[in-house]
Write a protein that binds this ligand. Sequence first.
Ligand code: ADP
Ligand code: MG
Ligand code: ZN
Length: 722
Amino acid sequence: MPTKAQAILKTVFGYDDFRPLQEEIIRTALQKVDALVIMPTGGGKSLCYQIPALIFEGLTVVVSPLISLMKDQVEQLVELGVNAVLLNSSLTQEEYSRNRNRVKNREAKLLYVAPETLLKPDILSLLTSIPVDCLTIDEAHCISEWGHDFRPEYRQIAGVRNRFPGAVCMALTATATPQVRKDICQNLHFQNHKEFIASFNRENLFIQVVPKSNALGQTLDFLKKFSGQSGIIYCFSRKQVESLAESLHAQGYSVRPYHAGMSDEERKENQELFIRDNVQIIVATIAFGMGINKSNVRFVIHYDLPKSIESYYQEIGRAGRDGLRADCLLLFGIGDTQKIRYFIDQKEDPLQQQVARFHLDSLVDFAESRECRRRPLIRYFGEAYEEENCGMCDNCTSSGQKELEDITIPAQKFFSCIYRTGQLFGSAHIIEVLRGSESQKVIRHGHNNLPTHGVGREFSAKQWGHLARQFIREGYLTKDPAYGSLKLTPKALEVLGSREKVFGALQEEALEYGRGKEVSEAYDKTLFELLRRQRKELADRANVPPYVIFSDKSLVEMASFYPQSVQSFMRMHGVGEAKFAKYGALFLNTIRRYCMEHQIKERPKQRPLPVSRPKPEAAPKPRHVEVGEAYNSGKTIRELMAAYEVKLPTILEHLYKFYQEGYKLRAEELQALSALPAEAQQKVFFVFDKLGTQRLRPVFEALGGQVAYEELHVLRLYYLNR
Ligand code: ADP
Ligand code: MG
Ligand code: ZN
């Protein structure tokens, strides 16, 4: 017997399952116990008060800081057939009194108000004359001076709370810091309240960090995969926003800028065009995003370094609210960090300096890390992340550790050329000298007479550029933030003196986008396009954003199950009664026609698609367990490679993961797999004894790069299981 809340979830919202914590939060509200709810952006906070609002007899008042947010929420609710209204300063007098009357007549179930509107005497007396069951404070961090968006009016909400003795209070935010949490509870005089803190892991976001080399080219390359799909590109400065928007426009993209230097109207127009899918891409400074509920943002690119881990996470959080896969790309420029460090050094206030350094260091750690991207991100929010491999970040999906080459000789050439030119020049000039250029600048400085002139012709300028960036990244060189000249660090002197070797990649790796998993089933792209076009037409006619009619996820389900009867259509994600009554026939017709033309049969939707984490009992065995058990039962590694159609490193990865979960592996075959003579194996084991087995890179380096990574993977497994 489903509870009332469950029934509403399906009939009104069209969703099959609650997300984690939603059900408990709803139950708490129904018991009239105050609650503080902390969930990441896109986590599903709205439902937590909207469902109780539909169960309560009286009104639910929702305080919200932004007019655009209120409008968006009310539009979505009205589409769902819910009686919701808003009151704020943007309404005409007629609209205002019409909405006011609907509250007074007790027609409205939800009232969205701006805080200053709530405090108006006439609104207060109106609200005290009718039963109010719930007072919701959305974006509750606005109460706290420690939040990133303090609003003084929010402080006064507490003062009106006791006017509604029968109302339970629910405060919601995506800001998790303890200080903000404490401020919220104190300000609202919470006593005996409950706190709910959801996981900050957003599983459907693919997270990728790439060294910035040619930012525009990298962006264009990335965009190829997202033809016609919505996305946001964040830049540091207004100037950068303008110029990138222009470049993309010149390349034929549908794009608009957004930054604080534009007029309110311009910004509003561009935001609206984006929300309505009339414009594909917004290039923006961080001023963009608050108040955006658009659920089908498929990518977020950080063209420049974000301000902090927290703002980075907020910004990528705007992608993939519908639960489908979304891609997040951070272009990480070593030059950018050096510039920021330079600015930090100029700051006068030592505390400010310290805070800024902390934020930058955490970001750099995150960007340079070779472990799962989710670990540092989620750890930052005070949550442990236990998963070994998330399958949805660049580090977890890369094919094992990169093979590093010995690049000591080119490094020595490069460093020596820097030294001989007095550490006064940037990499472009150094590369010219190395490649034997006779340019004016080279001749003018007499650099054509240096012994390093022309000793680097074996590499292209591009390849040298790639090497130079690695030298900077690995701390052999620093770049003067003001002039760009390169300086040698003590580490580089060790290399020049042949006391240390350098390992790295000679060739720039081709960027790979789109690894990781699709979060939905494979779907029919042609049908999806048809449905998407239909949705756009309907949305324009109703003057609402397309995702308000159906989310991308709903269309994806329709285009993978081909529902052709009313019953099966009702089973689709996001199809509740109101939406069905309004749009069901139209969409069903399109699907039926398409299926008839292509002779496609309906596919049954048995279980709901996993919205977030698959339930443990329903989950199939993870691949590494399958592989590990098969191996232990006697299958050879070659057989496993054939059975799963994968290469050796993948099998080794599975086995290692299996081992890490506490299983032992048959050892003898592992040893046989090694190509090294016993004596050399002993040497490797000796280094494992000394350095441990957690990370292979130090082991690789300690062995002077003599033993290949693949070999180390094999021997580590043997070493651990012998
Ligand atoms: P936020 O926490 O940022 O306020 P929202 O409440 O706007 O997030 O929800 C984000 C998206 O997730 C919305 O499109 C919403 O309809 C969807 N959503 C919320 N709960 C569920 C659920 N249980 N099943 C499916 N989709 C959900
Ligand atoms: Mg919200
Ligand atoms: Zn990962």
